[in-house]
Design a protein around this ligand. Structure first.
Ligand code: ADP
Length: 201
């Protein structure tokens, strides 16, 4: 099974590309979705997070109060690391489980849609690293209009990630999403053709 890592800065269009690859029949392992799943009410990860950061990070109904956790965990590096120490191993374990499942199911290709692929060095485990590239200023604009973030929040999130030059340097394949969304489909098609034509791993 061929493993494709798909990454890019927040707001670059990763999820849009992942949806196109899923549409084409590629298995997609979605790290953001897994990150939400492991924090569902009643999960051991959420219990550990509440123990570490205080029970005020939980809403009355036992769901995670994301804004409160962000206030407590993203203010300084040490707190962020404490949170990551709880969540990252769980995300890794579930991601691995889904890759193994894809292999068991006989999927020829599995795509890892992972914002921190390069930051965490996981690109080393992939056969191909695909980066969706958009200028940071354009990403800020898209995050404001489409995701309702305020500008300071969007810029803070972008700042937490690897810079665009370093990300592109780690790419085997770059999808340029600076233009209109219509420009994506032909680029994604070229990627699919190349993956399907390449040697099976
Ligand atoms: P990511 O998963 O990388 O954070 P998304 O795929 O969610 O990014 O895209 C961020 C937002 O930008 C979405 O609302 C998406 O519909 C929009 N978007 C994606 N590509 C384009 C484009 N080429 N032009 C304008 N908006 C776009």
């Amino acid at each position: 099974m061929k493993k494709i890592g798909l990454t890019g800065g927040i707001g670059s269009g990763k999820s849009t590309v992942a949806a196109m690859l899923a549409e084409a029949g590629f298995r997609v392992v979605d790290a953001d979705k897994i990150a939400r799943q492991i924090m569902e009410p009643g999960s051991p990860v959420l219990a550990k997070v509440a123990e570490e950061f205080g029970h005020d990070v939980l809403n009355q109904d036992g769901t995670l109060d994301r804004a409160e956790l962000a206030r407590r965990a993203f203010g300084d590096k040490e707190s962020t690391q404490r949170l990551n120490a709880i969540t990252h191993p769980a995300i890794r374990a579930e991601s691995n489980r889904q890759f193994i499942q894809a292999e068991t199911d006989g999927a020829p290709v599995a795509v890892y849609d992972m914002p921190l692929l390069i930051e965490l060095g996981l690109n080393k485990d992939m056969d191909l690293t695909v980066v969706v590239d958009v200028d940071a200023e354009e990403r800020v604009k898209r995050l404001l209009t489409s995701r309702g973030l305020d500008e300071a929040d969007a810029r803070a999130r972008i700042k937490q990630q690897i810079d665009d030059g370093a990300r592109k340097a780690a790419a085997d394949w770059v999808i340029d999403n600076n233009g209109p969304v219509e420009n994506l489909a032909p680029q994604v098609e070229r990627l699919i053709e190349s993956v399907q034509a390449g040697p099976k791993k």
